[in-house]
Design a protein around this ligand. Structure first.
Ligand SMILES: [Zn+2]
Length: 301
């Protein structure tokens, strides 16, 4: 592969991550994602960070955004962001850490953002509205957090669409909730995940009208994205060619498997509007790398 991909969305599956994230996360991964024999964590309780590093290097991935999710209030425990820093310090050639903060914590959340960025070297934050029980357009809770992100010039990766996380409410995961955030914080780089399914059209609409919004197709094999929402490939090839970014959602899917599946679609082309279309090579390059560099504000090429 000539392009060196940037994976915008991966999770640690280390012992401390599994223990820290609690039952909502482990139920999703042990009982659902990990059931697939193809899943990297199939039959495993956890995966150490060295094995994760090797998986990404073997798949030819250049950089990977590794995220933490923190929900003290909801689950009474979390993985400290310090572990992300340990992973990234061990493998700085690969990992770009995105910290987790619990939005319900108020000013301690703001202090943790400062610490995560200035002391731990994190480059962004990850939010999961269902797991963390909040709505992204909750002004009282979230506006101070977004303002701090703009001050620190960091990006946010926000879960959109349904989720396999258990015992939580998905109403905060609608992509539309991010539109007002994007318009009121035009300097905040927002990456929506999972093409917002089943609210894909909302995700496309929000991404299309806001310069600062990106979206990943993580957590789904490309063949299923295409099967449920072929419009995603048409938009990737045309109006949203500067906005869509590659993400695997490892350990749900291995980056190698994701990329092989994607390359099969690139090779065959796709059908849209009663016609067959070829993916443009420059679009594929932007999707796998260029747009990720832009969303993360990393120097090119
Ligand atoms: Zn994820």
């Amino acid at each position: 592969m000539a392009v060196k991909p940037i994976d915008i969305h991966i999770h640690p599956f280390t012992e401390e991550a599994v223990l820290g994230h609690g039952p909502s996360y482990t139920e999703a991964h042990y009982n659902f994602f990990g059931r697939s024999p193809e899943a990297p964590h199939h039959g495993k309780k956890h995966i150490d960070i060295d094995a994760t590093y090797r998986t990404f290097k073997e798949a030819g991935i250049d950089k990977a955004v590794i995220v933490n999710m923190v929900s003290y209030n909801q689950w009474g425990r979390a993985m400290p962001n310090d572990y992300l820093a340990i992973y990234a310090q061990k493998y700085p050639d690969l990992f770009i850490p995105f910290a987790g903060v619990d939005p319900h914590m108020g000013s301690p959340a703001l202090r943790e953002i400062d610490r995560a960025v200035k002391e731990l070297g994190c480059r962004g934050l990850k939010f999961h509205p269902a797991y963390q029980a909040f709505h992204p357009d909750d002004r009282e809770l979230m506006w101070p957090i977004y303002a701090r992100c703009v001050e620190l010039d960091i990006a946010i990766l926000v879960h959109t669409g349904t989720t396999r996380m258990t015992r939580c409410d998905i109403t905060g995961c609608r992509p539309l909730a991010l539109d007002v955030v994007a318009t009121e914080f035009p300097d905040l780089r927002i990456i929506m995940t999972h093409f917002g399914w089943p609210w894909t059209e909302e995700a496309l609409a929000v991404c299309w009208r806001n310069e600062n919004v990106y979206m990943d197709l993580s957590g789904w094999l490309p063949r299923y994205v295409y099967a449920t929402q072929p419009i995603v490939f048409q938009y990737m090839n045309t109006v949203l060619q500067d906005k869509m970014v590659f993400g695997s959602d490892y350990p749900a899917i291995s980056p190698k498997v994701w990329l092989e599946d994607f390359n099969a679609i690139v090779k065959k082309g796709y059908d849209w509007g009663g016609e067959h279309h070829e993916m443009k090579p420059q679009v594929v390059e932007k999707f796998l790398r260029g747009n990720g560099l832009k969303a993360l504000k990393l120097p090119g090429p």
